[in-house]
Design a protein around this ligand. Structure first.
Ligand SMILES: [Zn+2]
Ligand SMILES: [Zn+2]
Length: 323
């Protein structure tokens, strides 16, 4: 897997000279996926340049941790391991005690719970570590498990896209139903327009997903990285159901506002927390799209209320005239 290098100028610590040795160490480190001990890295560096000593590698690692390029992880082995954080979203670990392999995952529900607990104890959380120790499927059954986890950045992008696609699909269903049920011609046109937009975006997201698969032919079969229980697609699905039961145009718009607002918050809040990565981009772009929909719906809601008030006035004037 190749990585584009981060902006090294931006990463340089004030007062630190970036030697070509350090650059080599950085490059080798960033090419690795997984969790290296300092000695693993020394070995890899020696393969490239015999003259680089252990102390230099250690110092470079320390510098990378301070510069936020590397994260230190403790798997309870009596020594630290290091993983790069460049385009590598924060995550939790599953650790097999038989084969010592680790795999990574993230769960919005666990994170929400941690935040809730910290807030309840007015604790300002800086970092949370969750490690699940046990036996992996391969060690347990002897059968080779799902392909090794691959690049977390790609897995994260894949899962973010899956969530965005699911949300887009239920959004499309919601607006298509709302357009069919609308009585007011302008309201119908608005829902129709939103349904068309969702359809276009859905096509774009699916194309992006295909492009991602082209970068790793096994990507589809790799284990889930991002676990979500209460993702935003559930909101639109519930909204579509409500519309199916029969609502007024005003109510339909209000349901749309509620779904888009919750969806916008979900993607914005979640995307905002991640390190720069493709998955983060997917979430933030999606949040922007929902925001545009939200604003449109709020505008239409107000206009519809005005139109209805005018109609009511006209009707009551008409009634008075005929009396
Ligand atoms: Zn194992
Ligand atoms: Zn990790």
């Amino acid at each position: 897997m190749t990585h584009t290098l981060p902006d090294l100028e931006g990463l340089r610590l004030p007062g630190s000279k970036r030697s070509s040795k350090r650059e080599l160490i950085l490059n080798v480190f960033l090419r690795q996926e997984g969790h290296l001990s300092a000695d693993d890295l020394v070995e890899l560096i020696r393969r490239e340049d015999q003259r680089i000593g252990r102390a230099t590698v250690y110092r470079a690692l320390q510098w990378m941790v301070e510069a936020g390029i590397a994260r230190k992880v403790d798997f309870g082995e009596g020594r630290f391991r290091f993983e790069h954080s460049y385009r590598h979203p924060r995550h939790f670990h599953l650790l097999c005690k038989s084969c010592n392999r680790s795999s990574e995952f993230l769960s919005s529900d666990i994170e929400a719970l941690i935040e809730e607990i910290a807030a309840a104890r007015s604790f300002s959380a800086r970092q949370s570590v969750l490690q699940i120790y046990g036996t992996c499927a391969e060690c347990r059954t002897g059968r080779p498990g799902a392909a090794d986890s691959g690049t977390t950045d790609l897995l994260f992008a894949r899962d973010a896209l899956r969530i965005a696609i699911a949300t887009e699909r239920s959004g499309l269903e919601f607006y298509a139903r709302a357009a069919k049920a609308a009585k007011d011609p302008r309201g119908r046109a608005v829902f129709q327009r939103l349904a068309d937009e969702e359809r276009t975006h859905l096509g774009q997201l699916e194309a992006r997903y295909q492009k991602l698969l082209a970068r790793d032919p096994q990507l589809e079969s790799r284990p889930t990285f991002l676990f979500f229980k209460g993702a935003a697609n559930g909101l639109f699905a519930a909204g579509a159901e409500q519309i199916g039961r029969g609502v007024s145009d005003q109510q339909a718009l209000m349901i749309g506002v509620r779904c888009e607002r919750a969806s916008h918050r979900f993607f914005k809040r979640y995307g905002g927390r991640f390190e720069d990565s493709e998955g983060k981009q997917v979430f933030l772009e999606f949040a922007d799209e929902d925001r545009a929909h939200l604003e449109l719906l709020i505008r239409e809601c107000r206009l519809l209320a005005k139109r209805e008030a005018r109609t009511r006035r006209r009707r009551s004037r008409g009634r008075r005239a005929t009396v």
